[in-house]
Design a protein around this ligand. Structure first.
Ligand SMILES: CC(C)(COP(=O)(O)OP(=O)(O)OC[C@H]1O[C@@H](n2cnc3c(N)ncnc32)[C@H](O)[C@@H]1OP(=O)(O)O)[C@@H](O)C(=O)NCCC(=O)NCCS
Length: 182
């Protein structure tokens, strides 16, 4: 996909870095205008586990980020139960009750979209999550680019869980092949 704005950065110029000093992340977040500030839940996730934050840097500048956390078909995070519809959809995708890594938030600054950075992020993220011992990734997405990108990477999908007031797709990538899996 070709887009205007800055040139397509060379592979070596784009870095996906686990952890970021929180004040720098907050400055980028406010400047990018995602929301007036980092959400309370997102800040809690990052403070509990600094590895939950991955920033995308081009020539040192933060141009995007992802936040992830461990999760299960029953609870979003410890003590935060999922509703019955959500659990049913997840169990359908995962073949029963399971634990997984949830990609909680993914944003790329608009001027850098359509230049292959999202695809490179997923290459990095899937390998990183596999190295952390998880056997699948779940991502709730409503953005057409995010859904299209995951489809092209072979994510399974379901539809119909409400997240932040919008109906979302539930995208699922199994990372390890178990008995009986192709
Ligand atoms: C999803 C996102 C990370 C993709 O990053 P990106 O760098 O723009 O994507 P890429 O350039 O790597 O494109 C990879 C694939 O994504 C899909 N894609 C990208 N832009 C698209 C668009 N505007 N419409 C449909 N599909 C698109 C295509 O399948 C594309 O493959 P192709 O180039 O072979 O056609 C980025 O668009 C983004 O941040 N979107 C907002 C996400 C969001 O809503 N976050 C809030 C909720 S968590």
């Amino acid at each position: 996909m070709v887009a205007g704005g800055p040139p397509v950065p060379a592979d070596d110029d784009v870095r996906f870095l686990v952890r970021c000093e929180f004040d720098e992340f907050r400055r980028y977040y406010r400047e990018a205008g995602w929301l007036p500030d980092v959400g309370e839940v997102e800040e809690m996730i990052i403070r509990r586990d600094p590895d939950a934050l991955i920033v995308f840097r081009v020539a040192g500048r933060i141009v995007g980020h992802a936040i992830w956390h461990g999760s299960s078909t029953r609870e979003m995070r410890a003590g935060d139960p999922r509703d019955a519809n959500d659990t049913r959809i997840l169990e359908g995708l995962l073949g029963g009750p399971a634990e997984f890594a949830e990609l909680h938030e993914l944003w790329l600054v608009r001027e850098y979209r359509g230049k292959g950075i999202g695809r490179r992020f997923f290459d990095f993220f899937e390998a990183f999550i596999r190295s952390r011992g998880f056997s699948s990734i779940i991502y709730y997405a409503f953005d057409p680019a995010a859904v299209d990108l995951c489809r092209s990477r072979g994510y399974r999908e379901a539809y119909g869980v409400e997240t932040v007031g919008r109906m979302s797709y539930v995208l699922c990538l199994p990372l390890l092949k178990g008995p009986g899996q192709a």
